[in-house]
Design a protein around this ligand. Structure first.
Ligand code: GCU
Length: 343
């Protein structure tokens, strides 16, 4: 089944890449311009729901000119593949985890730091602060793409097939899937587990075949991606709040006439608003399903030992990228205004 999906995905990528370079590839029915958006979540995921609203919004205003096509479930390839397709313009937009973007621009490293935000409120307020996100979102323009909005992806926590994680010591000797980013590999190194970087679409099979002992993600991965069918312990160590980022091809965005760009900007804002509302409901439903239908046990360990083990990474990042210090300090202001509820 998986092989079959891969073949379809590969074929689709080839067709789209080829089509993008031909005049007819971008023209839909009635000479409309096709706008392609790829992402890696299922159709019932908040990301897809928000993108469908975007489609409706744009087509209700600019429907004589643009046709929005959404490709969910890695149909256009992994996130890394999709970012590359967005760079070249074969795809106009895609949703990528901030983790993946770190390999395209080191500025994105900042939001991948473990325990960067002290509360969800601090995280949301920081991500809504243009002084924090704009310099980062615009930093990939030379590479051909820029970020147009962020999407909530909750808090990342460890989950395992059979060994509950109550403290960093419990990670020792375990193979844990992480996203493909140097920050995530370093985090696992400090925590004592063995980092196994791989694309999101490969995690289920890796868990099932015991190639890995666990992974780390938000609660939706348990249900929407079925990881809770295999993993029975989910530990709220709260190590990262990593946003997803909607990126767009610069040539497409810059080619939009002013009034149309304005409508697209409103659409990007709508994606952010809709997804964040849907996210709250989806996480609640995911927890309920994981606990009551999949038999997942939720654990609430003391987060301090995890945090202390990773704390060196903040200094390491600032030493390596001193230009990010101003933004890092602004994030601390949001942290002070919205402290953790636990304190
Ligand atoms: C989350 C996130 C995705 C990401 C995935 C992963 O689901 O929303 O963008 O791809 O984690 O762990 O790879």
């Amino acid at each position: 089944m998986k092989r079959y999906r891969r073949i379809i995905s590969a074929l689709l990528c080839t067709v789209i890449a080829a089509a993008a370079f031909s005049a007819c590839g971008k023209a839909g029915e009635g000479g409309k311009q096709i706008v392609r958006i790829g992402h890696n979540q299922a159709t019932d995921h908040p990301t897809n729901i928000a993108l469908l609203e975007f489609e409706e919004y744009i087509e209700s205003r600019l429907g004589d000119k643009y046709e929005i096509e959404i490709y969910p479930s890695e149909l256009l390839g992994s996130q890394t593949d999709m970012v590359q397709l967005t760079q070249t313009g074969a795809v106009d937009f895609c949703v990528a985890s901030n983790s993946i973007l770190e390999t395209f621009s080191e500025n994105y490293t900042l939001f991948n730091l473990p325990y960067l935000f002290v509360s969800s409120e601090a995280y949301h307020n920081a991500m809504d602060d243009p002084e924090i996100v704009e310099p980062i979102f615009e930093s990939t323009k030379k590479a051909g793409f820029e970020a147009v909005t962020w999407i909530d992806a909750g808090t990342r926590n460890f989950y395992t097939v059979s060994s509950p994680i109550e403290s960093p010591d419990d990670l020792k000797g375990l193979k844990i899937r992480v996203q493909q980013s140097p920050t995530n590999v370093r985090m696992m190194e400090l925590l004592g587990g063995s980092a196994t970087p791989m694309g999101f679409g490969d995690v289920y099979t890796a868990l099932q075949s015991k190639v890995i002992d666990g992974a780390e993600n938000n609660e939706m991965a348990l249900t929407s991606n079925g990881h809770g069918d295999v993993c029975k312990y989910y530990s709220y160590d709260m190590h990262q709040m990593i946003p997803d980022i909607l990126i767009g091809n610069c040539a497409f965005l810059n080619g939009l006439p002013k009034e149309e760009r304005q409508i697209f900007e409103e659409g990007f804002q709508l994606i952010n608003e809709v997804e964040r509302k849907e996210w709250v409901k989806a996480v609640e439903a995911a927890k309920d399903k994981a606990e009551n239908e999949q038999g997942v046990v939720f654990l609430y360990p003391d987060t301090k030992p995890f945090q202390e083990t990773c704390s060196a990474m903040h200094r390491e990042m600032l030493d390596k990228y001193p230009e990010l210090k101003t933004i890092y300090d602004k994030i601390q202001e949001h942290n002070q205004q919205h402290p953790s509820e636990k304190e």
